[in-house]
Design a protein around this ligand. Structure first.
Ligand code: ATP
Ligand code: MG
Length: 448
């Protein structure tokens, strides 16, 4: 069947056309059959009532071209008009019905209709030759009309499907062109505001998300390589210099100390990256245990005593409530460590840091410093991996820019929230809060 379309049986278009074709065929056939039936019925009853009227007003002289009429008594014709020439009329007299349609197959005549009326002992037999041939004409017409209509329907449906599938085909071609290194441009939106348009909008949005994701991954890869390359270059350089000639033990010791420091850097980066990638929303629940937030916090503060002393920073504990939380204790520790580390790193000498840990309808951890602050333009970016504000890089403050992304990721894994409020040269506040889950609140009720 050539409809100006290529038919592929597995294609959506062919399947829709087949379905449509079958449904259209069934509907057309049903329509034709029922129409035929009712037309037949109405023509027959029309003829029947006409013949009945003639029979009831019996008159043998009735001279209508096709009407034969006879009065029969005891099986014998008493009177008849000139048209009447039914030879086997006796056969019909014995039938139970009084109205028949008699097909004339042999001669080329059309069907006859016959009506028998009883008048006392007499029977009046009226028949009509060449009855209306509308039904046969109609049946003949249907025989060629249904296939033609079906073809026209399928042709129109095929064109319509082509039109509907056009944006979907564009989508399909666009997806074929997508590789991890090459993203097609956006697909143009169809004019009509319909489901296809929604699909194209979602597709474009998905492409953008994947593109952003891949770009971020690329940046992350190059950042990781860059961060690892620096200590590795230092190590290689140091080894090359030392190996050029024999040296004093002191020089070897100094070189080894440099190498040790750099390898510790590499170790730290790898550990931090592992902390970032090890857990996901799917597996984090399995690592949950009961963590005493106040004890983890106190232990962390203890570890920073030396650094606090070096910069003569006073650490105030505003509130410290005993709080137990169902969580991953390592990640909770990483939140405290990184936020306190940053507060000390980015706070001027002789200043203050204030910490609070408390609970109302949520669990709160707040750390306020009097440090260098963060400009608004950086605020949304500082939680990205390897992002460091320029001043932090220039001043050669130690760090890779991973701390806050670990904090953000750990909070996200615990369905918590992080808010950062900062003013340049005044200080920064980090507010962390966690929901009290059903399990935790039950635990707390039991405890108090
Ligand atoms: P790392 O934590 O990996 O040792 P880092 O401290 O530089 O390095 P993040 O903790 O991720 O990295 O912080 C990102 C950047 O945000 C920092 O480089 C710094 O510029 C800025 N920042 C973070 N905390 C503070 C703070 N308390 N005050 C001012 N700036 C901050
Ligand atoms: Mg940090």
């Amino acid at each position: 069947m050539d409809l100006g379309i290529k038919l592929q049986f597995s294609s959506l278009k062919t399947r829709v056309l087949l379905w449509f074709g079958t449904v259209a065929f069934v509907v057309l056939s049903l329509f034709a059959l029922s129409f035929n039936y009712f037309l037949n019925k109405s023509i027959n009853s029309n003829i029947k009532s006409k013949l009945q009227i003639i029979a009831e007003r019996y008159n043998e002289n009735i001279q209508v071209q096709n009407i034969g009429i006879a009065l029969i008594n005891d099986g014998k014709i008493q009177k008849k008009n000139s048209v009447f020439n039914l030879k086997n009329y006796k056969y019909y007299l014995h039938q139970k019905q009084n109205f028949f349609i008699i097909p004339h197959k042999k001669d080329d005549d059309y069907i006859d209709a016959l009506y028998i009326a009883q008048q006392g002992k007499n029977k009046i037999l009226v028949y009509r030759k060449n009855i209306d041939n509308k039904i046969e004409n109609f049946q003949d017409t249907l025989l060629w009309l249904i296939p033609i209509l079906l073809l026209v329907f399928i042709f129109l449906a095929s064109k319509l499907i082509d039109k509907i599938l056009l944006p979907i085909n564009k989508l399909r071609n666009a997806t074929k062109n997508i590789t991890i290194t090459k993203f097609t441009q956006e697909i143009n939106l169809p004019k009509e505001d319909d489901e296809i348009r929604d699909l194209v909008v979602s597709f474009n949005a998905m492409i953008k998300r994947i593109k952003d994701g891949v770009e971020r991954l690329d940046r992350f890869n190059s950042d990781v390589s860059h961060e690892l390359k620096t200590p590795l270059t230092v190590i290689q350089g140091e080894i090359e210099i030392v190996l050029r000639k024999l040296r004093e033990p002191k020089e070897y010791e100094k070189s080894l100390q440099t190498i040790q420091k750099q390898s510790k850097q590499i170790d730290l980066i790898v550990k931090q990256l592992l902390l970032l990638t090890k857990y996901s929303k799917e597996n984090i629940q399995d690592t949950f245990e009961e963590c005493s937030l106040d004890s983890i916090l106190m232990n962390t503060i203890d570890k920073f005593q030396l650094k606090l002393k070096e910069k003569n920073i006073k650490l105030h504990i505003d509130k410290l409530e005993p709080i137990n939380m169902n969580a991953n204790c390592t990640l909770i520790d990483s939140i405290f460590v990184n936020l306190i580390d940053n507060a000390i790193k980015y706070t001027f000498q002789n200043k203050n840091i204030t910490i609070s840990l408390y609970q109302d309808d949520k669990i709160h951890f707040v750390i306020v410093d009097e440090g260098i602050g963060i400009k608004n333009e950086h605020l949304s970016k500082i939680t990205q991996r390897f992002y460091r504000v320029d001043s932090a890089r220039n001043k050669k403050t130690e760090g890779f820019g991973l701390g806050l992304s670990i904090v953000q990721n750990s909070i996200w894994l615990h369905d918590g929230n992080l808010e950062i409020i900062s003013e340049k040269d005044i200080g920064t506040t980090f507010k962390v809060d966690f929901l009290i889950s059903f399990k935790q609140s039950r635990y707390l009720r039991l405890k108090f």
